[in-house]
Write a protein that binds this ligand. Structure first.
Ligand SMILES: [Zn+2]
Length: 86
C-alpha cells in the first residue's frame, strides 16, 4: 500500500464494518510512514469533534486539505531519499 491508497482508505479505518485485512494493511503502512500516521490521528480528532456535534460526515474541504498536505509531504520525503541515494 502506498500513501495514495492509504488516503483513499483512510476513512474506512474508522468504520467498524471494515475488513480486518484492510485494517492491518493500513496499520502496516502507518508503521513505515510517519505522515500517514499524523494524518490518521488528525482525522480521528476531526471525526471525534464532528461526532460530538452529531455530524458524522467529514466536510469535503477538510478531507481535501489533509490529502494535499500529506501528498506534498510524502513527495518531499521521496525526493530527499532519492537525493541521498544518488
Ligand atoms: Zn504514507
Amino acid at each position: 500500500m502506498n500513501c495514495t491508497e492509504f488516503l483513499a482508505n483512510l476513512t474506512d479505518y474508522f468504520d467498524a464494518q471494515t475488513a480486518t485485512a484492510l485494517r492491518s494493511e493500513l496499520e502496516q503502512h502507518m508503521a513505515g510512514c510517519e505522515h500517514c500516521t499524523v494524518t490518521l490521528n488528525t482525522t480521528r480528532q476531526t471525526i471525534e469533534i464532528y461526532r460530538n456535534k452529531e455530524l458524522f460526515e467529514l466536510p469535503e474541504s477538510i478531507h481535501e486539505r489533509l490529502r494535499q498536505a500529506v501528498l506534498s509531504k510524502c513527495a518531499a520525503k521521496m525526493k530527499r531519499q532519492k537525493l541521498k541515494q544518488s
